[in-house]
Design a protein around this ligand. Structure first.
Ligand SMILES: [Fe+2]
Ligand SMILES: [Fe+2]
Length: 430
């Protein structure tokens, strides 16, 4: 498969114009695969797979950025990154999130596309001049190194899981995607017509973002992530902060969803959203690790649920952005206060989490402002503030009503959490 994709015999790299067009095609391959990963991320149920995607979306955005810059400094404007070229390649890459399962999606990205990309970039290095084309060599070496790291990380999570790739062997969908990638000119190009047998399978497939973020099937469901029982002592405060952190997954899913939902946006918006997506998965992981240190297991002793999406997704992804941005505005002050408090109580691990989280949040506020301007171009600054306040208050009511009506779904978690904390000797004194 990788051999077919790379079209080795057609390489002609001794002129700038060909090199420039190839660089543009690599840029588009990485960018559109990254957009496909971002589109699928909210649907992904398998927790290790979701974390992997968020991390690699960010890495891929950095790679796409280098490839884009190199395209532009080779023969712009004769070869522009925005030219209407590579149409067949873009057609195929847009179909990746229509994968029928988490396994097939991961298999397609990590066993088909990324190894073929790796091979294509290695070939480029072999046949291009290391002096004349030195900037490409420096960029590609870094990308190759990090692509190898990504594949290694993927193999790591697959080894630890019992997930079978057998399904892939008999998948018409995967055969069609692989066939289309081979026939469309591979990653070197030039762009070619797709084999009609592949087109027939892929033509009508359109990916839609899910209405709720997927959560691991092994976890118990709940309605709200916020406990209906306010913290009664410091241990419970530590837990509440960590559960809040763990549930920042929705904040990773929201910028990921924007990357997919809004096509042909200025590149800088995608770059910011990719980093935002990864940061929030890091914040969620910080929470999961703090709770694991207390002996508490995600989905068993505390819930991880897509409650913000449940409440507002029907209005469109841009309203989730509005809510996220509004909630984040208080983030830096809140997290810096928590840092001080945790240091006073000698919980240095939690203090460090809050300190780094606070650093990330300042970036998120500027990404949020830029995205809001792009997706609500008709709103003035004042209107954006008012709409943000409105949705934030609706959110508080949504949570409050579930607590008041007893429809939060939290009882079982509190019971299991209390039992574990008592058994492990952590104070549950009020
Ligand atoms: Fe966060
Ligand atoms: Fe954030």
């Amino acid at each position: 498969m990788p051999d077919q994709l790379s079209n080795r015999t057609e390489l002609k790299l001794r002129d700038v114009e060909s090199a420039s067009k190839m660089m543009r095609r690599y840029y588009r391959t990485v960018k559109e695969t990254m957009r496909a990963m971002a589109g699928y991320l909210p649907a992904m149920r398998w927790w290790p797979g979701k974390k992997l995607l968020a991390r690699h979306i960010w890495l891929d955005s950095l790679h796409a950025d280098m490839l884009r810059l190199r395209t532009l400094d080779l023969r712009y404007p004769r070869v522009d990154v925005e030219d209407n070229a590579d149409v067949s390649l873009l057609f195929v890459l847009e179909k990746i999130p229509t994968a029928p399962s988490d396994e097939l999606f991961l298999h397609c990205v990590y066993d088909v596309i990324k190894p073929a990309m790796l091979e294509a970039l290695e070939e480029y290095l072999q046949v291009s001049d290391p002096l004349d084309d030195a900037p490409s060599h420096l960029y590609l070496k870094r990308i190759i190194d990090e692509l190898n790291m990504q594949l290694h990380e993927y193999e790591g999570i697959m080894r630890e899981s019992s997930r079978a790739a057998d399904e892939a062997k008999n998948s018409d969908w995967l055969s069609a995607v692989s066939g289309a990638l081979s026939s469309c000119g591979g990653f070197h190009g030039p762009d070619a017509q797709i084999d009609p047998r592949s087109t027939a399978v892929l033509e009508g497939l359109v990916y839609e973002l899910p209405m709720e973020g997927g959560r691991d099937l092994s976890w118990e469901p709940a309605v709200t992530q916020v406990s209906p029982r306010p913290a009664r002592n410091f241990t419970e405060e530590q837990i509440a902060v960590a559960v809040d952190h763990a549930n920042e997954v929705w904040a990773s899913e929201t910028p990921a969803a924007l990357i997919w939902e809004y096509k042909n946006m200025p590149w800088e918006l995608y770059l910011g959203a990719a980093r935002w997506c990864y940061d929030e998965i890091r914040h969620a992981t910080m929470g999961v690790e703090r709770l694991a240190a207390l002996g508490l297991e995600v989905g068993v002793d505390y819930p991880m649920v897509p409650d913000h999406w449940r409440a507002f997704r029907a209005r469109g992804v841009r309203y989730l952005l509005l809510l996220l941005h509004r909630l984040e505005q208080g983030g830096p002050r809140h997290k810096s206060n928590l840092k001080t408090k945790f240091i006073e109580k000698n919980d240095l691990a939690a203090a460090q989490d809050c300190d780094y989280d606070w650093a990330d949040e300042s970036g998120h506020i500027s990404y949020g402002v830029a995205w809001l301007k792009a997706v609500f171009p008709e709103w003035s600054k004042q209107q954006t503030i008012e709409e943000g306040n409105k949705i934030s208050s609706e959110w508080s009511h949504w949570i409050g009503n579930h607590h008041k009506n007893g429809t939060h779904g939290y009882e079982g978690f509190l019971e299991r959490m209390d039992k574990k904390l008592t058994a492990s000797g952590h104070s549950t004194d009020i």
